[in-house]
Design a protein around this ligand. Sequence first.
Ligand SMILES: NC(=O)c1ccc[n+]([C@@H]2O[C@H](COP(=O)([O-])OP(=O)(O)OC[C@H]3O[C@@H](n4cnc5c(N)ncnc54)[C@H](OP(=O)(O)O)[C@@H]3O)[C@@H](O)[C@H]2O)c1
Length: 333
Amino acid sequence: MKNKQVCLASRPSGWVTQENFSLRETDVGEPGSGEVLVRNLYMSVDPYMRGRMNDVKSYIPPFQVGEVLQAGVVGEVVSSRFDGLSEGDHVTGMLGWENYSIADGRLLRKIPGSEAPLSWHLGILGMPGMTAYVGLTKIAAAKKGEQLFVSAASGAVGSVVGQLGKILGCRVAGSAGSDEKVALLTGEFGYDAAFNYKTSESLLQSVKEACPKGVDVLFENVGGEQMEAVLWCMRDFGRIALCGMIADYNAAEPPPGPRGMMLMVGRRITMRGFIVTDHPETCEEYVRKAARWVAEGKLKYRETIAEGVENAPQALIDLLKGGNTGKQIVQLA
Ligand SMILES: NC(=O)c1ccc[n+]([C@@H]2O[C@H](COP(=O)([O-])OP(=O)(O)OC[C@H]3O[C@@H](n4cnc5c(N)ncnc54)[C@H](OP(=O)(O)O)[C@@H]3O)[C@@H](O)[C@H]2O)c1
């Protein structure tokens, strides 16, 4: 059996390009003691991958030039030398951008049989959904009756944040980068108000119109000018869950922070960054609840699916430019 793999060819400076990746073909090996051979079915493409392409110390080690990139993967066990996993089991874990992976069985999680499609375990039932829940309930402690604002609102995390906000009883507003995405927000995802930040003449005015009484909770995915506009609309004792700042990920130099930070003092605003993997209990709690909400139709879900591991680099390039609607996935088999 042959394995196609995508490696990091060079580190990007600014925007990611195809030249930063290389494709290679190898033989598929045999699992050693305690290991499992997995046929990868779906891989997740996520904004954090851009950060891992830089050679900087972070909460997760950088990708190495010449090595296979890593991703969240759902796959099927081909052969196992690990007690607790057998041929045919579906598993998820951090594996490679490749068709087959050999992994330490302890680092894989068996996916229990369910009606949800397997790829959903990389999205609404996986890390992005967990991120939405951790940020909204634990970091920002959003409450019934509060005004929530979500940036990158139609994406993998944002689309779940808004729907969870509605389940909690919040009024929910958000921004996205096309009229189609805005229609999805106020339609399928149940947002009370939304605007297209790319065609907005004044971001501040658009936030004011979407949130006439001001913002109690900001779930921040983007940073930059959008964050600055919402900051000016925050109410006293507002909370900001700082989930990500994708507007800055391809900047060759870190841009200056949002202006107006002094109003955080006067309005007694709390801002807290978080990483989803620091909150395993809350993640487990979410997965239990989400399975029910999905079955009840309370959580809706969208995916954008690319085909084939060789198209994973383009899927990442597109994601960083807003080409995805909902969760970006690559189907590998
Ligand atoms: N803290 C954590 O543990 C954690 C975990 C997962 C994700 N995150 C963060 O959460 C955020 C969303 O991640 P995701 O996986 O859900 O990705 P996503 O929203 O599915 O995809 C990224 C979206 O960001 C938007 N975007 C790209 N560049 C932008 C720009 N310059 N200005 C405004 N919007 C831009 C695009 O949508 P538009 O077309 O609407 O612009 C794009 O579709 C990211 O910042 C990510 O790093 C954090």
